[in-house]
Write a protein of this length. Structure first.
Length: 335
């Protein structure tokens, strides 16, 4: 079937079944184009929970679909591919508990720890964070969430993205340390104690790439995602979430050159003659790229047959605590 025929079939089934299709910016162009809702992680979670449809078809990675199910447990959420974010898989509840213990070994009492989890984490980690009084954050809300968390006077345990934690600390003039890399003294002295997780896609952007583009195109702007290494973020002109990067690039004079450090599909969609990918290696998120139009159509057909596939289920207890952590994020950002 041609791309156009697939899209036509998807659109008619989606209307007939009243399914809302949600897609993250990192999806392939043809999948992104059939979505009803697009945005960064914060916008997707908010808009999907508020949609009227009973069924949400989420084109993205596991934690995104799971977050909608947690926020709106009465909705049914299916994913054309159960694709997992590699960073989200770097931590589970056992590793979370180990991180708390590592802070205790460094001399910080458990009651003096407030955990914050990046939304790129599984439901069980969000639930642990909710139980300990903490909140979820996204790349666009991290500074506000940390500001609010610090008013508790506690030490912040930030999981799982080391880079986002370190970048927020730098932007706010705070001290950070990394569990497993830094000494107990450094951990005790830090305001934000980071878990050592990372995004392999955003690790592809290096300081050498920034230097290369600055030398080759004097006056070029550099815009990067906060999952990039702190040295890269420090050298950039702009650091922001996917939506914020798009807004920034679109606000530039059309003649202004800009090199962008985030996933390839997003940058390619933005691309004109003055927009560059900040890497000589194609920065593709393998799991985001798994979803195809055929998968979307197949999932809709199975919903129609009353035989849904790849539906997201989360147990009640986990939903309860994970939802508290997610709702705290909306409360803290005033959304
Ligand atoms: P955003 O919240 O900026 O869309 O980021 C999601 C993500 O996974 C980036 O790698
Ligand atoms: Fe996860 Fe990185 Fe892919 Fe984002 S780009 S979904 S953080 S693996």
């Amino acid at each position: 079937m041609s791309v156009e025929a697939l899209k036509e079939e998807i659109n008619s089934l989606k209307d007939e079944l009243s399914v809302t299709i949600v897609a993250h910016y990192y999806q392939k162009d043809e999948v992104f184009e059939i979505a009803d809702i697009t945005g960064d992680s914060l916008e997707l979670a908010k808009k999907a929970k508020e949609s009227d449809s009973q069924w949400i078809l989420f084109c993205g990675v596991g934690f995104m679909g799971q977050s909608v199910k947690i926020l709106a447990p009465n909705k049914r959420v299916a994913m054309p591919k159960i694709a997992c974010c590699a960073m989200a898989r770097m931590i589970d509840s056992t590793y979370f508990d180990e991180s708390v213990k590592a802070m205790e070994r460094a001399g910080i009492k458990k009651e003096d720890i407030l955990p914050i989890t990046y939304i790129n984490s599984g439901a069980e980690v969000k639930a642990k964070v909710g139980q300990m009084g903490g909140a979820v954050c996204t790349s666009s809300s991290a500074v506000k969430i940390i500001e609010k968390a610090l008013t508790s006077g506690k030490k912040i345990l930030f999981v799982p993205d080391r880079c986002l934690g370190q970048n927020v600390a730098r932007m706010m003039g705070l001290k950070s340390a990394v569990i497993g890399l830094d000494s107990d003294e450094d951990i005790k002295a830090a305001d934000i104690i980071c878990y050592n997780g990372f995004c392999s896609v955003h690790q592809l952007f290096t300081l050498k790439d920034v230097e290369f583009f600055r030398k080759r195109y004097p006056g070029i702007k550099i815009a990067v995602h906060p999952e990039c290494d702190p040295a890269v973020c420090e050298a950039a002109d702009f650091v922001g979430s996917t939506s914020q990067i798009i807004k920034y690039v679109k606000s530039l004079d059309p003649e202004q050159k800009v090199a962008v450090g985030t996933e390839y599909n997003l940058v390619h969609r933005l691309r004109d003659k003055n927009t560059y990918v900040l890497s000589s290696t194609k920065p593709e998120c393998p799991t985001m790229n798994e979803t195809s139009l055929e998968d979307v159509l197949h999932t809709l057909q199975e919903i129609k047959k009353g035989n849904p596939i790849n539906e997201i289920f989360v147990d009640e207890e986990t939903i309860h605590w994970a939802r508290i952590a997610l709702e705290r994020m909306f409360e803290y950002v005033g959304a």
